[in-house]
Design a protein around this ligand. Structure first.
Ligand code: BGP
Length: 490
């Protein structure tokens, strides 16, 4: 008997801002990711702007622009998200490759600013709607079920710059209009939806930068609350109007272990998990803020009434399934003399001596996947999907067009085994869509060289390359894995 259910979804995952390209084509408006420069593992990504007198400038992501500055695309900067991996022009070729691997699910996102370029228009951009319709029809041709993220780090720039982003509750209404439009447009083509990618990222900054002042941290809770309300509203709307839809949440899977058995470390780790992982999921699955949320509001001097006023809305918009990204785990301790682990957007914590680390300093921990699946299932009792997982690594394109990536196969084999173990533990896991099934731009570094794909894309960090696609060894491995429903992993 197979270790995975017979209707298990096997697929891959991408996001519009990192993969699609065509950033200013056919009426698409800009998103913040379009004014974000490339970087490397050692250097940071920047946001670019001009001052009122035309002087160009750049500031670190997650920081405020100087007074009077406007986001701008500068001539001498390279913006990797403008090209992505050119899915906009190559979707047919890529979907054919997904089908060749045997995908029966494909996680992708819709670019909000392709549908509503500024975010506040009365009418949607027809060309944008047409693009995704064509993509969905192409997927249907191969019986691949789309899993659509509605907002994956790409709120239209106009909303960010002019309206105050998600700190402004007016953004909720604009998001609702966007959702109502795409729900109606694609109601016969899409069944599975995720409202926000890694929604917990809005409040995670202090876990990476512990010294941030309270006034910088607090707005994250306002943003997150408005997103939770927006999500609940569209989930309720979808449930009433489109009963065939299945609505899910998506949380960044930042699982932490206590570094020592000092009870203080255990308590600190529990608190960290509540603050940065469970907080939004508890609201989206259970329909109300958990008791521990009040501690955070108090800590950052926020009025509980602001959060509690929407209790009814949150109650009415519970999701049908839980999804998360899982790359690595970290350790937490109150003993500050311990060694910190590598750089990267998900791995800041203390070094775990029992596990290995990737070239980008992310821990490789398949047991943590089994552990996290059990924790999530026990807590929520709704179907679970692992919608991101994978190894970002350097790959070499050989002269004959092959790419030998045994490290990626090994990573995936161990994680597929871990999922099988979790299923045998009783977890209701229904899908696996590893990240960047085709090479695309990294979120944390803006690099192409940090490759996750099973399909290689010939493009470098400066935008040079043919954009041709090549099958990696892992492509054939995953094809066999899917064909045998996860049984043959050799
Ligand atoms: C998650 C994001 C993805 C993806 C992934 C890998 O946080 O949802 O968009 O990029 O991380 O991260 P990176 O690209 O930094 O390697």
């Amino acid at each position: 008997m197979s270790r995975f259910p017979k209707d298990f979804f096997w697929g891959g995952a991408t996001a519009a801002n990192q993969y699609e390209g065509g950033w200013n084509e056919d009426g698409r408006g800009p998103a913040l990711t379009d004014v974000t420069t490339g970087a490397t593992r050692q250097s940071k990504r920047y946001l670019t702007y001009t001052m009122p007198d035309g002087t160009p400038g750049k500031c670190r992501t997650n920081t405020e622009l100087p007074e009077g500055a406007r986001y701008a695309v500068l001539e001498d900067c390279y913006y990797p998200n403008h090209i992505g991996a050119d899915f906009y022009h190559r979707y047919k070729e890529d979907i054919a490759l997904f089908a060749e691997m045997g995908f029966n699910m494909y996680r992708m996102s819709i670019s909000w600013s392709r549908i509503f370029p500024k975010g506040n228009e009365k009418e949607p951009n027809k060309k944008g709607l047409e693009f995704y319709r064509n993509v969905f029809l192409e997927l249907k041709k191969y019986n691949i079920e789309p899993l659509v993220t509605i907002c994956h780090y790409d709120t239209p720039l106009f909303i960010v710059e002019e309206l105050g982003d998600w700190c402004n509750s007016d953004t909720i209404g604009l998001f609702e209009t966007y959702c109502h439009t795409i729900f109606e447009e694609y109601k016969d083509l899409v069944k599975y939806w995720l409202t926000f990618n890694e929604i917990n990222c809005a409040i995670m900054a202090p876990s990476f930068y512990p010294d941030l002042p309270d006034e910088v941290v607090a707005p994250g809770y306002i943003k997150l609350h408005n997103q939770l309300v927006a999500s609940a509203k569209v989930v309720k709307y979808a449930h009433e109007k489109y009963p065939q839809f299945r609505m899910g949440c998506m949380v960044a899977g930042l699982f932490s272990y206590p570094l020592t058995c000092d009870p203080k470390d255990v308590l600190a780790t529990q608190q960290k998990m509540q603050d940065y992982f469970y907080y939004p999921g508890d609201v989206m699955v259970r329909g109300e803020y958990p008791a521990y949320a009040k501690k955070a509001w108090k800590k950052y001097h926020m009025d509980a009434a602001f959060f509690e006023k929407d209790a009814q809305v949150l109650k009415e918009g519970c999701v049908d399934f839980f999804t998360y990204s899982y790359y690595c785990t970290s350790c937490h301790t109150t003993h500050t003399d311990e060694e910190k682990d590598g750089v990267g957007n998900l791995s800041i914590g203390y070094k775990n001596k029992y596990i290995e680390y990737s070239q980008w300093g992310w821990s490789i921990d398949p047991d943590g996947l089994r552990y996290s699946l059990n924790e999530i299932w026990d807590r929520y009792q709704v179907p679970v999907m692992v919608v991101e997982n994978g190894l970002g690594a350097l790959d070499t394109l050989e002269e004959d067009g092959s790419i030998h990536d045994p490290y990626r196969i090994e990573y995936m084999r161990k994680h597929v085994d871990a999922m099988a173990d979790a299923i045998s533990d009783g977890v209701k896991l229904i899908a696996y869509t590893p990240w960047g099934c085709v090479d695309l731009v990294s979120v944390s570094t803006g690099e192409m060289r940090k490759r996750y794909g099973l399909i290689y894309v010939d493009l470098d960090d400066e935008g040079n390359g043919t954009l041709n696609r090549y099958r990696k060894d892992s492509f054939y491995w995953y094809k066999k894995c899917i064909e045998t429903n996860g049984d043959d992993l050799d």
